[in-house]
Design a protein around this ligand. Structure first.
Ligand code: FMN
Length: 368
């Protein structure tokens, strides 16, 4: 079968993608009327812009219920596997990744879905694994969230072992694990070009161990750059000890304008004066209760950052300042970052025209 390059596999290239275009509000917990609507039309419009500009990937958030507040932040969400299928069919070069909850999706179904969307995209699909944390969401699905990370990640391991076996093994086979007893299972087609890029979104120690065993990328938060620099080096060493290579990605929010003051004024408008603080506090409270995705000692310090970009790294200012921020992420050892904008389609072209050329000139990204 013919295939095109999966841009997640490019070496020596600081990868840029978008995060959360499939969710209402995107990454910004704001009440402004022009906040991101996450409609299919908006997603397709931004995908075409990104694809033409040589952006590497699009990553969605898997979410089943909103966070409340006046806007019910993330109350309108396009399901990520079908979203990825549509986008892969309608783009040419960008990698599109599905974000999948282990508990809500049978692994044999996911193995086949990923192989199918990979065929649609001629090898441009990817899988982002989420092991679970959002208790009300589990309850909404009629599931019980295990309290401890050990149980969650042990289940995720079984789940992913089944997927990998289905991608690797020919013919039919039995597979018995503590939670699954599969008899005469088989899966054709396989993904187009071997195992697609695997991301694991996590912050805890066990999440990192899972990533170093299984993933190509750990997707995690960065708040304190010095702490992250050390953690990235440790994670890479941990992976190398297992004979594996794992890159680390983070997420950032961009407000890029001609002057620093314009960028700051816009930040004040959407993320301070008009933040949906009820939804922000629900989000932070749930993070503290059930996840270690953000270090808890830093979490309360960054309430403002949650309003801006769901706790992402702020890239606020002129094109030069935004490029400096991205280069600083590169310098601590990250392999890439997602970007979010309040209005992805409206704001991305300015970033494309003014920030991408700086990053290429500084040698951290290959030109198109
Ligand atoms: C960058 C990042 C992205 C995530 N994306 C999602 C998501 O789309 N949906 C979801 O339910 N959980 C998401 N999570 C939650 C994690 O997948 C994980 O289940 C949760 O963080 C609990 O594990 P941890 O304590 O190891 O981080 C994300 C976490 C991080 C750090």
């Amino acid at each position: 079968m013919s295939h095109v390059e999966n841009r997640m596999r490019r070496a020596d290239h600081f990868k840029l993608g978008t995060f959360s275009t499939n969710c209402s509000g995107g990454m910004s917990v704001t009440k402004i009327p022009e906040r991101w609507d996450a409609s299919w039309d908006s997603n397709l419009a931004v995908a075409r812009l990104l694809d033409d500009a040589g952006i590497d990937f699009m990553l969605p958030i898997a979410r089943w219920i909103g966070y409340g507040g006046e806007t019910n932040f993330h109350g309108h969400v396009l399901e990520t596997m079908t979203w990825a299928a549509g986008l892969l069919a309608l783009t040419k070069r960008i990698s599109v990744i599905a974000t999948i909850h282990t508990s809500a999706n049978h692994p044999a179904v996911v193995a086949k879905q990923i192989a199918t969307i990979d065929a649609i995209g001629q090898g441009r699909a990817g899988l982002n694994i989420v092991a679970g944390w959002n208790k009300p969401e589990y309850e909404a699905m009629g599931h019980t969230l295990p309290d401890d990370h050990e149980t969650r990640y042990a289940y995720a391991q079984e789940w992913f072992d089944i997927i990998q076996s289905l991608w690797e093994r020919k013919g039919s086979f039995d597979m018995k694990t503590p939670h699954f007893d599969l008899k005469g299972i088989e899966a054709e087609p396989k993904p187009v070009n071997g195992r697609p890029p695997i991301l694991n979104a996590a912050g805890s120690e066990l999440g990192r161990e899972f990533a170093t065993r299984n993933a190509d990328f750990l997707f995690t938060s960065v708040i304190d750059f010095d702490r992250s620099r050390e953690e990235i080096a440790e994670l890479k060493a941990q992976a190398a000890a297992k004979g594996r290579h794992v890159d680390v990605l983070t997420f950032s929010h961009v407000v890029c304008r001609q002057t620093e003051q314009e960028a700051k004024d816009y930040l004040q408008y959407f993320a301070k004066d008009n933040a949906d603080w009820v939804a922000v506090d629900n989000l932070v409270r749930l993070q503290i209760a059930h996840a270690q995705s953000f270090p808890h000692d830093l979490l309360m310090l960054i309430r403002d950052r949650f309003a801006m970009g769901h706790g992402g790294v702020p890239l606020i200012g002129t094109p030069e300042q935004v490029a400096d921020g991205i280069c600083a992420l590169h310098a601590i050892g990250l392999g890439g970052t997602t970007l979010s904008f309040v209005d992805y389609t409206k704001e991305f072209p300015y970033f494309r025209d003014n920030v991408l050329p700086i990053l290429e000139a500084r040698g951290i990204r290959q030109p198109n």
